[in-house]
Design a protein around this ligand. Structure first.
Ligand SMILES: CC(C)(COP(=O)(O)OP(=O)(O)OC[C@H]1O[C@@H](n2cnc3c(N)ncnc32)[C@H](O)[C@@H]1OP(=O)(O)O)[C@@H](O)C(=O)NCCC(=O)NCCS
Length: 144
């Protein structure tokens, strides 16, 4: 499989079941967002899902919220069987096309941190004990 097989599209309300299913595969129990949560996020103006399809199958997604000229990555998930193929980076780069982008990521999530830094994000802050497990969140920013 190569990057040429990856297609990304932007979706709004209506794809919440698909997003919830992929989120459940990617995250630990307790961190999973359900269909209703995605439905309510997607109903907010400026929020959209960027979905990656590989060989016609959904492979991952990124949820992006844009207000004025700044976007926030709310979550990012790639299905376990298609990781380390560049899908995460492809989704993140798609989110960086138009505006500044920021996000929060756990200091413990070394793989995601590496991914964001390789895409050009820099650390601009830290939120102490931000997550339920007590870990800190790093705030990362990309400015075009
Ligand atoms: C983090 C995640 C989205 C990465 O998706 P992916 O499609 O595997 O990422 P990519 O293949 O685009 O990786 C690009 C680069 O990021 C880094 N990277 C990604 N995952 C990594 C890992 N587990 N360990 C170390 N580096 C990693 C590597 O530098 C990688 O390049 P390489 O494969 O050439 O070494 C995926 O592992 C995932 O869904 N994890 C669970 C949910 C999660 O943590 N989401 C992020 C919340 S902020």
């Amino acid at each position: 499989m190569t990057l040429h097989d990856i297609r990304v599209s932007r979706l709004g309300s209506g794809c919440e079941a698909l997003l919830a299913a992929m989120h459940a595969e990617a995250f630990e129990a307790g961190e999973v967002w359900d269909e209703a949560s995605f439905g309510s996020l997607l109903s907010i103006r400026g929020t959209e899902a960027i979905v990656a399809m590989v060989e016609g199958q959904p492979a991952g997604f990124l949820l992006l919220r844009t207000i004025a000229d700044e976007s926030e990555i709310l979550t990012l998930a790639v299905r376990p069987n298609v990781r380390r193929l560049g899908i995460g980076a492809c989704l993140v780069r798609e989110s960086m096309k138009d505006y500044s982008v920021f996000l929060e990521v756990s200091v413990l999530n070394k793989g995601a941190l590496r991914l964001y830094k390789r895409c050009g994000f820099s650390e601009v802050g830290c939120r102490s004990s931000y997550y339920a497990d007590g870990s800190d969140a790093l705030v990362l920013l990309f400015k075009p």
